[in-house]
Structure formats: structure tokens, C-alpha cells
Ligand binder design. Structure first.
Ligand SMILES: [Zn+2]
Length: 212
């Protein structure tokens, strides 16, 4: 069985999620943007063995702690899709701009592509490429528990910003309607910021993608 626990990190209250397999207690951390000490406490409290870092995209609040954590714990960095290379290259500038601690540079161990899978312990999640907020944004879908970790693609009542370099509004709408909605109305999504919701609820109520 797959479990998860979400820890808001950084001044942007980014939803960093620990996901783990209860047969092995092996865990992956999705989007360790910062506050690594706090993430470490949760890992200890939950009795997990951290095995990998999974990234949805390379904005500072999602990826800022990646290099340091990967080096400290000798972890592979999985994702995002390579369209986000320029955001990874720009992490030091993002860090300065938003007053984050200095960022340790990193290179993903494995880029992800649409249709890939990622495994933790005995559990497998499906990867979908959902560009628009950033070109290399991916999401992690766990159909066995009807959950999807969507980063900054979709929020309860809102959608990701597309006014960054290489953002694309129509692409984001297509990602949501063509790649997220088919996962089913019952699917609960964990957004990069704010509370969880379901795809069914957003299809009805979200002012940006309601009625799609
Ligand atoms: Zn973002």
C-alpha cells in the first residue's frame, strides 16, 4: 500500500510530499524546495528510509533543497522532464531573487518523460508530462490510491501561472484537460500549494477549467 504525508516548506508554503511503501517503508520525497531539517524530522518520525528525490518542476520553492539533500543522503534525482533544464541552470538567480539560502547545483540522475513510471519499494506511480507552467513539468499519478501529485499545474480553484519564460497558457489548459481529467473525477490531487481537491470538483467549480 502507498502512503503519503505532505509538509509545507519555504516561505511559499510549498507542499513537499513524502510518499512511501508500507511493505518496505522506503520513501521518495517529491519537491524538497527547502526546510530540509523539517523534512528530515518527518522522515524520522514516520520511520522511513529515504531512497529518491522526485521533482515535478525546477522552480526554487519546489527544487531548491534538491542538490544539498541528494549529496547529503546520496539520493538519485528523478525528473523533471528536460524542458526544465534552463530553470535548473537558473536556480542560483531564483534563490537570490526570492531571498532563499544559496542553492547547491545539481544534475538530474534521470529525466522523466510522458508514460514513464517511477517505483518506490513495491509501489509504482505513472508519470505524465504536463507542460504549460514550465515546459518540463511532470505529475506523479498513483492510481492504486486515486491520488495525483500535480505540482503547480492545478490548484483548488485555480491553475498554475503561465507568465514565466516559456510558460504557455493553452498548453497548460491542454495538460489539465487531456492528461489530468482522464485520471478520473474521483482522483484526489495534491497541488504544489494550498489544499487538496478532486479533479471532479475542479471540472465543475474551477473558474479556469470548469466545464471542460
Ligand atoms: Zn512553479
Amino acid at each position: 500500500m502507498l502512503h503519503y504525508h505532505t509538509v509545507p516548506v519555504t516561505q511559499f508554503q510549498q507542499n513537499c510530499s513524502l510518499v512511501w511503501c508500507d511493505q518496505t517503508m522506503e520513501a521518495a520525497v517529491i519537491d524538497p524546495g527547502g526546510d530540509l531539517e523539517q523534512i528530515g524530522w518527518e522522515i524520522e518520525r514516520l520511520g522511513l528510509t529515504l531512497k529518491a528525490i522526485w521533482l515535478t518542476h525546477a522552480h526554487i520553492d519546489h527544487a531548491g533543497g534538491t542538490g544539498e539533500l541528494a549529496e547529503k543522503m546520496q539520493l538519485p534525482i528523478i525528473g523533471p522532464q528536460e524542458g526544465d533544464q534552463f530553470w535548473i541552470d537558473g536556480l542560483p538567480q531564483q534563490s537570490q531573487m526570492f531571498g532563499f539560502p544559496p542553492v547547491q547545483p545539481f544534475t538530474p540522475t534521470r529525466w522523466l518523460h510522458d508514460g514513464d513510471t517511477v517505483t518506490i519499494g513495491q509501489e509504482t506511480l505513472n508519470v505524465r508530462h504536463c507542460p504549460g507552467h514550465t515546459p518540463g513539468h511532470v505529475v506523479f499519478h498513483a492510481p492504486q490510491i486515486d491520488r495525483c501529485f500535480v505540482g503547480d499545474v492545478l490548484f483548488a480553484g485555480s491553475i498554475g501561472r503561465t507568465d514565466f519564460p516559456q510558460g504557455n497558457h493553452q498548453q497548460l489548459i491542454d495538460s489539465i484537460t487531456q492528461r489530468l481529467w482522464p485520471m478520473g473525477d474521483q482522483t484526489v490531487f495534491i497541488p504544489g500549494h494550498g489544499p487538496e481537491s478532486t479533479f471532479g470538483r475542479e471540472r465543475k467549480m474551477n473558474p479556469y477549467v470548469g466545464g471542460t
